[in-house]
Design a protein around this ligand. Structure first.
Ligand code: PMV
Length: 308
């Protein structure tokens, strides 16, 4: 039997601007994860069992554009696996889908690693990351690549599209509360809307992206130096710029406000926006109470994560 696991993720700074080449920061969220288990099977075919999404099917009966079928078929093509072996594949995930927490990337990374290892192929982190990016492109249009990167490396990353992937050290661990609006929103749409704004008024939005890029740059230094208060201020500034970009929503803004009133050092939406999740930087002792306030204000789920 071969097992593999990959974490969820949050974007701390720089979403949307990252699509335009500005730096962004993301961290893994290990409290939520996708897990894959692979067994040789006595019966013919590749049987996929994913109870969370009610899927139990043989590979050939899945539509060719099914995300799990795409991973298996593309990976076997890449690794020149022929003929296909008989396998039982089990997939579980505790990462909420379509909420900006990296669920798709985590399933792809865990499944890719498990399949490659089970079939005796060694893949480097770079290869797993590049393959996962190709799969992300099939489903998300023009992703920057930040999701697959942070999920693959499972470390804090400073990411510049097409240029550099740097993992970095956290000077002083900090605690984040993540709260889900419960509204699922397509990243593709908010990315498309930002693109339309940019096409109509390039210089204005380039300036906004520059400001966000500076925030990400400064935030990385603040994290490395353990300056958590500065980090909070930078989150608030980043949220205002995301509001300007029209990717926040009344629900996200309300939860951000509740977090700040509840003593968070900073708060912002995280990911594509419009729905999905917001994040708040808190003193560890206040995290539980903040989760309760956020739930009273309408959050559907909350997660406390420690960035180390
Ligand atoms: O919704 P998420 O967490 O997948 O984040 C999308 C981040 C964007 O910058 C909006 C798009 C991208 O591809 O980087």
């Amino acid at each position: 039997m071969t097992k593999s696991s990959a974490p969820g993720k949050i974007i701390l700074f720089g979403e949307h601007a990252v699509v335009y080449g500005r730096p962004a920061l993301a961290v893994p969220v290990t409290q939520i994860h996708a897990d894959v288990e692979i067994l040789d099977s006595g019966r013919a075919g590749i049987w996929v069992n994913a109870p969370d999404v009610n899927l139990r099917a043989e590979l050939n009966t899945l539509p060719s554009d099914h995300p799990i079928a795409s991973v298996i078929n593309n990976l076997f093509f890449l690794l020149r696996v022929s003929p296909f072996p008989n396998l039982e594949i089990k997939i579980w995930s505790t990462i909420p889908v379509a909420s900006g927490l990296g669920s798709g990337a985590a399933v792809t990374v865990a499944l890719t690693r498990a399949l490659a290892a089970h079939l005796g192929h060694s893949m480097t982190e770079e290869q797993v990351n590049a393959f996962t990016y190709e799969i992300e492109k099939l489903y998300h249009g023009t992703p920057s690549g930040i999701d697959n990167t942070v999920v693959t490396y499972a470390r804090p990353v400073y990411f510049v599209k097409g240029q550099s992937i740097e993992t970095f050290k956290v000077g002083q661990p900090f605690t984040m509360v993540i709260a889900d609006t419960g509204i699922s929103a397509l990243t593709k749409e908010s990315v498309g809307d930002v693109r339309r704004l940019w096409i109509n008024e390039r210089s204005r939005w380039e300036t906004v992206f520059d400001k966000i890029g500076e925030i990400s740059f400064t935030a990385r230094r603040a994290i490395e130096a353990g300056k958590n208060e500065l980090l909070g201020e930078l989150m608030n500034e980043n949220h205002i710029l995301l509001q300007k970009m029209t990717v926040s929503s009344p629900e996200l803004d309300r939860l951000v406000e509740v977090a700040l009133q509840g003593g968070a050092l900073g708060s912002k939406l995280s990911g594509g926006g419009r729905g999905g999740n917001m994040i708040a930087l808190v003193e560890p002792g206040r995290a539980e109470a903040l989760c309760r306030s956020l739930k009273q204000a309408g959050a559907k789920h909350t997660i406390i994560t420690h960035v180390l």
